[in-house]
Design a protein around this ligand. Sequence first.
Ligand code: GLA
Length: 398
Amino acid sequence: MTLVEQADSSQVEDTATRARDSFHAHFGCPPRWVATAPGRVNLIGEFTDYNDGFVLPIAIERRTAIAAAPNHSHTIVLRSEATGETAIIDSSQPLSPDAQGRWTNYPKGVLAGFLDSGLKPCGLDALICSSVPIGAGLSSSAALEAAMATLLEAASGFKLDPVYKALLCQKAEHAYAGVPCGIMDPFISILARIGQALLLDCRSREPTWLPFADPSVAVLIIDTNVRHKLSGSAYAARRRSCETAAQALGVASLREATIEMLEQGSTSMDDMSVRCARHVIGENDRTLGAAECIRQSNWVEFGRLLDESHASLKHDFAVSCVELDAAVEIAQRIGPEGGVFGCRMTGGGFGGCAVALIETAAQQGIVRDIRANYLDRTGIGATLFLSRPAGGASLVKL
Ligand code: GLA
């Protein structure tokens, strides 16, 4: 395979090759296109995106790939390798979300965005496969949406502006998956650059790229392998609390609030709104501080900010859970002396993953230690893996 738009690690090729081969086996002919997009891990800046604040994610070396070929009809036939299901979307009929929040809502929402924009992709047979863990806080949904949008660009012969494309994916998530998410996930999945972290100002949507490829440190992702049901409803509830807080403080968003303003205004606010505001105000500062640490390769301070972020997410924003706290505590206890600079929960919370910054040379012992202690404490086996910053959504030419 030759990469059309950008070279990336072997992960692009692995997932794309798997999609191509499964497509061939299922549909009996080779695909014309394979589009891939990465999951992400947010290093810091949690629940700040919908408050117009700062986030600092990297794309990970885990991707979703969709292999497809025109089928000379109005329908998009989508086969999921993960579930073994086939969904048929008729693009000549008005589209609406499927009940019960099925995976089909993500590609359907993206197709709706294309049709609303006046773009008419041709009918397709398509096969989806992915190495992004599902529901783990690593943005499997944005990876699916971004891969779908990249495929539909090819199938409609029109390349979207990347920011427009990311907003189209966010809208799909709002309207079709019912999650009032921010802009972080589609932005990093679409815009990501190999070897760089993205400091994104979610108000101006201005990206700042930070080289993040020091071989002496590594990003360790710890999947707790628990997924709590609360995540969907709590996400919307926290977002409402943030809006209530901004209103009480008389600002357009919590991005404009300061700790002093909160101290003065907190008496007229409910407890949850105060706590949410305190988290967001602190988290924006920590994120800007962490970006500075990357510029200066100050990993000890970077790790301290990760630890602080976790404490704030646990005590103030209240989106952690027993298993995440266990994984984070175990990692933090190893400390910088043992090669763990810091650790925090990442993503939407209530299960999913923690992220740690570790010393590359100490990785084996750290992984062994965390795995054993987490199993001991929770009775659950964690999945641990390292990832370098990967590249964004792209089309792979066969
Ligand atoms: C989910 C959302 C993002 C962001 C994070 C929390 O991943 O999709 O927009 O709000 O949660 O930081």
